[in-house]
Write a protein that binds this ligand. Structure first.
Ligand code: URA
Ligand code: SF4
Length: 219
């Protein structure tokens, strides 16, 4: 679907200033910051406790998330929760969200809609929602799941493989009043599910998450 840039004013005008998480969750449903709202069931805002010390950042809601209105409730989310628990992090204490709040898809396979990764322009249009969430949460650390989240923070040339599992500083290109103390990239749980060697991919995910768990434990 070709869309003129004029159809992507960006989310800023729909983001209520200084609003808490519940108000953001309500306001996002009205967002027309880009064209993705048109083909999605609803927007999916982040979910988790306001006092969460850790934010996990994915790409966009998937098919299940689009229907249920909650992030990470499908197969990738189930794997993510297991991995968090396996490194000693209580999944219920983690705030999970996505760089894009509406499901982008094109075509169907049987009854399933086929996921399409958001473009950089969608990520840029949607960024005000993420900034508002982070301003409210002020987490200590952020874990980036996969290339879309990595590029959203570190720029389009970012590659997961080169820097995964290492604590880095919050990038200056994303200004925030209270930047998280560290940011760490790992693979996306959906990529673990697709991997030829799932056990190895899962172990690598755990190794990365352990670094995040240790950083939180060190406070
Ligand atoms: N994958 C994501 O990146 N986010 C979700 O919410 C679900 C699957
Ligand atoms: Fe707004 Fe983001 Fe949805 Fe686009 S994807 S309409 S910017 S909430």
């Amino acid at each position: 679907m070709a869309t003129a840039d004029g159809d992507r004013p960006g989310a800023q005008q729909w983001v209520p200033e200084g609003a808490g998480l519940p108000a953001l969750r309500e306001a996002v449903q009205a967002c027309r910051g880009c064209e993705l709202h048109r083909d999605a069931t609803q927007a999916v805002m982040g979910e988790g406790p306001a006092e969460a010390r850790l934010v996990v950042l994915g790409e966009q809601p998937g098919e299940r998330e689009d229907v249920e209105g909650e992030p990470f409730v499908g197969p990738a989310g189930t794997l993510l929760d297991r991995a968090l628990a396996d490194v000693g992090l209580d999944p219920a204490q983690v705030y999970r969200t996505n760089v894009v709040k509406h499901f982008r898809w094109s075509g169907t396979r049987g009854k399933r809609r086929i996921h399409q990764s958001p473009k950089a322009a969608h990520v840029a249009a949607c960024a005000p929602w993420l900034r508002a969430e982070l301003a409210e949460l002020r987490p200590e650390g952020v874990v980036l799941l996969g290339a879309t989240a990595g590029k959203a923070l570190h720029g389009s040339s970012f590659r997961v493989g080169k820097s995964r599992g290492r604590l880095g500083e919050w990038p200056e290109r994303i200004p925030t009043e209270h930047p998280p103390r560290w940011v760490l990239t790992t693979t996306h749980p959906a990529a673990v599910l697709r991997a030829d060697d799932r056990d190895a991919a899962y172990d690598a995910l755990l190794a990365d998450l352990r670094v995040a768990a240790d950083a939180l434990a060190a406070g």
